[in-house]
Write a protein that binds this ligand. Structure first.
Ligand code: ATP
Length: 647
């Protein structure tokens, strides 16, 4: 209701009352504390996640994350995946062969005798060593190529799954708190798939290298590997603890970060840009942003200090452990328990094992951060899957329905106690125009969403030719509707596709001409440089933008072009000039000849010609009848009509 409208409590008044002084409970000083701006989501409860982050939980999660990455890759390009894994195994085998060749080479070189003879003896193992190094370099190139081939594919697959999930969800899903923000977070998760694959790849490569070097070390002397693993434990524990801190911080700040992301988008958004400036709102929004950014920064900085302390302790313990291992090698050498050649190889192998262990821990811990984003992706897929249209609807198809009915229909939005629509009966047959009127929030748009089968009723039923809309296949059913919503929608497409919605009819030219003439969009298209071929993707380079009224005409043309039977026009002329508005309403009867028309509007003069006017109040039908009947009845409609006349 406009702010200068009469006092809603005084329904008989036709006077415009003086602006009301704010009541005490509206005073800024007296109001209770504002509700905190926070991101509400169905994503796993942060506290529960934080409590579950144990080192063991992290260790068992690693194979699951690698498994998810490999499954995705398997789906998109199994040949490349197999080749990649084969390369890793071959690289591991070559690593082991290279290490063994090192022992043979050193043994030959340090043996007594003629230099040339020793070099000759060393030649085969030297060739093997050089060959192994060269082949490993070749495999490295192949791995990079295969990875670069795979990563865009899994990104694309993850994005496609996400888009498919959101496009197949019930419209009602958007009424659940956080649904869109969760989608944003999941989208970032889809982008992170690339990193997940890289990290998985690093873990697998490091594991292959570790296996090769560990086998060689065990072969050289069985005591070395246990010692080495023992020595790696303090560093490993420290790395896992530091990663755990990082993971906990990511989880703890996750909701705040989604909120910040959303605020950034709102501040930069084109459709808000005008108001942001006109109301000089930027400093306030930036202050809100800073408040939440501060919180994230405080948590992150405290965590960084904790992680640094843990890492320093790990490094000190790791240094002591390394000393122990090297001491053992020297002792083995000094006591002739190991040959000089074997000791030389052991030095190289020990370094390899140590590097690969570091690689496993490093890449593995990085995977947890990425895994968090991937969880968002997976959780959104699961959640959207729960809203899949097919879950709650049947698969029946209707050739061309003739009668649309609401039978005791009620609908309650998520999180609301009172129904938005409550026990409404309505019938709209082909050839009739039914107008829905009522004050703001009385349930008109919700009822329109129910009649069109976009929402499923909470109580009662909506039928098309007697068939419950719950039983109809949604996409096939929506082919029968031409729905102009209150919110004018701009698609970043050329003018023609904006009108055809990318679904040209068999009688395209005639249908387009009719739709353009009936909606007034003909004048808009005539003014475009390339007519129907003009790009209306203003947000992209080279696109043209239209005025609000021009966009509304294009939206009307879209509704008229579609060969549907149920035409629903929700405030179709709110942005139109008087001439354009006159043209629309004059042409509406013609539209109704072979269609059922539902008109939602506040401009009561425009509903005079409707066959039936249904007046809604708090979701219920308060009155119904023709224009004359309702004016004579002196009820709510007559009162609203009188108020408009006074203006
Ligand atoms: N997505 C939503 N989630 C929760 N409540 C909603 C949602 N959309 C609408 N409502 C509530 O449902 C009620 C009916 O809204 P609806 O949009 O159907 O009213 P309307 O008669 O079309 O209003 P208007 O004349 O302002 O367009 C209102 O109380 C509104 O606050």
């Amino acid at each position: 209701m406009p702010t200068d409208a009469p006092d809603p409590d005084d329904r008989t008044s036709t006077e415009i009352p003086a602006p009301r002084a704010p009541s005490p409970h509206e005073s800024l000083d007296d109001t209770p504390a504002d509700e905190e701006l926070r991101f509400v989501s169905s994503f796993a409860d942060t506290d529960a996640v934080l409590n579950k982050v144990t080192t063991r939980a992290m260790a068992t999660r690693l194979p699951r994350l690698i498994g998810t990455a490999l499954r995705l890759v398997w789906d998109v390009d199994r040949r490349a995946l197999l080749a990649l894994l084969a390369c890793q195994v071959a690289a591991g085998v070559l690593e082991a062969a290279g290490l063994l060749a090192t022992t043979a080479t050193i043994t030959a070189v340090i043996a007594s005798g003629d230099v040339l003879a020793r070099l000759r003896d060393a030649a085969p193992s030297l060739c093997l060593l050089a060959g192994a190094v060269g082949a490993r370099a070749g495999l490295g190139v192949a791995v990079v190529y295969l990875s670069q081939r795979l990563t865009p594919q899994i990104n694309r697959k993850a994005e496609a799954l996400l888009l498919e999930a959101i496009a197949s969800a019930e419209l009602e899903a958007y009424d659940h708190p956080g649904f869109v923000a969760e989608y944003d977070a999941a989208d970032r998760g889809a982008q992170s798939m690339r990193t997940l694959l890289t990290h998985s790849q690093d873990v697998i490569a490091a594991a292959a290298s570790f296996a090769a070097a560990a086998s060689v070390i065990t072969y050289l002397h069985p005591v070395l590997l246990p010692l080495l693993l023992l020595g790696a434990i303090p560093r490993g524990i420290a790395a896992v603890r530091a990663a755990r801190i990082e993971y906990q911080t990511s989880t703890e700040t996750q909701h705040e970060r989604v909120l910040l992301n959303n605020l950034r988008w709102q501040i930069a958004d084109e459709w808000r840009a005008n108001q942001l400036r006109a109301f000089t709102l930027a400093p306030h929004l930036l202050a809100v942003y800073e408040k939440h950014a501060d919180k994230v920064q405080r948590i992150t900085q405290a965590a960084a200090a904790r992680a640094a302390r843990v890492s320093i302790l790990g490094a000190l313990a790791g240094g002591a452990a390394a000393g122990l291992v090297w001491g053992a090698v020297v002792w083995l050498l000094a006591t002739h328990r190991m040959s000089v050649a074997a000791a030389g190889t052991a030095v190289i192998a020990l370094r390899t094992v140590s590097t690969s262990l570091g690689g496993i821990v490093g890449a593995g811990t990085s995977m947890y951060g990425t895994g968090l984003y991937m969880d968002n992706w997976q959780q959104f897929l699961d959640r959207a899957g729960g809203h899949r249209m097919e879950l709650r609807r049947g698969g029946d198809e209707l050739p061309k329905p003739r009668v649309f009915r609401a039978e005791g229909v009620g609908f309650t939005y998520q999180g609301r106690k009172k129904p938005a629509v409550d026990g409404v009966d309505l019938e709209v047959p082909v050839g009739k125009i039914v107008a829905l009127v009522g004050e703001n929030g009385s349930g008109k748009s919700t009822l329109a969403n129910l009649l069109t089968g976009l929402y499923m009723p909470t109580t009662g039923r909506v039928t098309w030719d007697g068939r419950d809309t719950r039983d109809l296949a949604p996409r096939a059913a929506w082919k029968h509707i031409c729905y102009l919503t209150q919110h004018v929608v701009h698609w970043p497409l050329v003018a023609r596709d904006n009108i055809t919605a990318g679904q040209p009819r068999a009688d395209h030219d005639a249908a387009m001409a009719r739709a353009l003439a009936a909606s007034g969009a003909d004048e808009v298209v005539d003014g475009l440089e390339h007519g129907l071929h003009t790009s209306l993707a203003h947000e992209f380079m080279g696109g043209t933008d239209l005025s609000g009224g021009q966009w509304q005409r294009i939206n009307l043309a879209r509704a008229y072009y579609r060969p549907g039977v149920l035409v629903v026009l929700d405030e179709p002329t709110s942005a139109l000039d008087p001439r354009a508005e006159h043209r629309i309403f004059k042409g509406l009867r013609e539209q109704a000849q072979d269609r059922a028309v539902v008109l939602v509007t506040h401009r009561l003069a425009n509903v005079a010609f409707a066959d039936e006017i249904v007046v809604l109040e708090h979701g219920r039908v308060r009155e119904r009848g023709t224009f004359d009947e309702l004016v004579k009845a002196e009820g709510l409609f007559a009162e609203l009509w009188q108020l408009q006349q006074d203006r």
